[in-house]
Write a protein that binds this ligand. Structure first.
Ligand code: GLU
Length: 281
């Protein structure tokens, strides 16, 4: 059974790029006779707002997209994600980190195109977990994790047009490009987006992850985490991004492209499909 999801963060209104992603995932699920789920990635408690959550549901319904089952929210699961993270502590793969990097939070909460991770120089790597102070982040000791996974088949199947094929996650490239990622945010005990999302994809039985190409670079770290936690690896489909007239990827701050604005101006769902280059059913 083909199971996919649309997983927005309710930090702003949906724009044309989200509409493209949601319609594509919905249509692919329906064409395969599968399931289309809705997940709110709302662990950024400062930026996520109930009014955006409601607006997202309203926009999707207006677009004619129906999701299967109840909406899954991540915020109520924060304690559960943290409890699961402890399994890595048991294997000696985590360490506390007090390095101040103002961009860590931004990188975790809102992945930016082209800057997937800031490869961490390893300053705190020798610290034992017992030295963890309340304000510390938790990092994965990637070299140690890759040793544990030496015999694992770290690979994933990609069906998106830009990178279609089988991808192997090589240890050398992982160390160079991913490094010791933050798995739990500094001072907040909130697990990183790519970890919560890997847990949820497994818990929700997602077989196909359909999402924007800006998240392609996060896939190797998700594959590593899936193997560390004994989770299955779904098929990935990273789709093209909808860009503005200057060729820049649309972001939540681009309210000018908000779906609600087009709706208010009288556009129809068929117009939106045409604007993002998708066929009308
Ligand atoms: N919540 C992420 C976003 O809004 C999507 C994560 C995913 O689809 O894996 O960009």
């Amino acid at each position: 059974m083909f199971v996919t999801r649309f997983a927005p963060s309710p930090t702003g209104p949906l724009h044309l790029g989200h509409a493209y992603s949601a319609i594509l995932a919905h249509d692919m699920a329906r064409a395969a006779g599968g399931r289309f789920l809705l997940r709110m990635e709302d662990t950024d408690l400062d930026r996520c707002k109930p009014e955006y959550d409601a607006l997202i549901q309203e926009d999707l319904t207006w677009l004619g997209l129906d999701w299967d089952g109840p909406i899954h929210h991540q915020a109520p699961q924060i304690a559960y994600y943290n409890a699961r993270l402890e399994a890595l502590d048991g294997k000696g793969l985590l360490y506390p980190c007090s390095c101040t990097r103002s961009d860590i939070r931004a990188a975790l909460a809102a992945p930016q195109e082209g800057i997937a991770f800031n490869v961490y120089p390893g300053t705190c790597r020798g610290r034992p977990m017992a030295s963890r102070k309340p304000g510390d982040a938790l990092r994965l000791n990637l070299a140690a994790a890759l040793e544990v996974l030496a015999a694992a088949d770290l690979s994933f199947t990609e069906t998106g047009p830009a990178h279609a094929g089988q991808h192997r996650v090589g240890p050398d490239a992982a160390l160079r490009q991913i490094g010791d990622v933050v798995l739990s945010r500094k001072g907040e005990d909130i697990v990183a987006y790519f970890l919560a999302s890997a847990f949820d994809d497994a818990d929700q039985g997602i077989t196909h992850v359909i999402r924007g190409e800006d998240l392609f670079d996060f896939t190797p770290v998700q594959v590593i985490l899936q193997h560390l936690f004994g989770l299955p690896t779904p098929v990935y489909h990273h789709h093209r991004l909808i860009r503005d007239d200057q060729g820049k990827r649309l972001a939540k701050r681009d309210d000018a492209r908000a779906l609600s604005k087009y709706r208010a101006e009288g556009a129809t769902p068929a117009d939106i499909r045409r604007m993002v280059g998708l066929p009308n059913p």
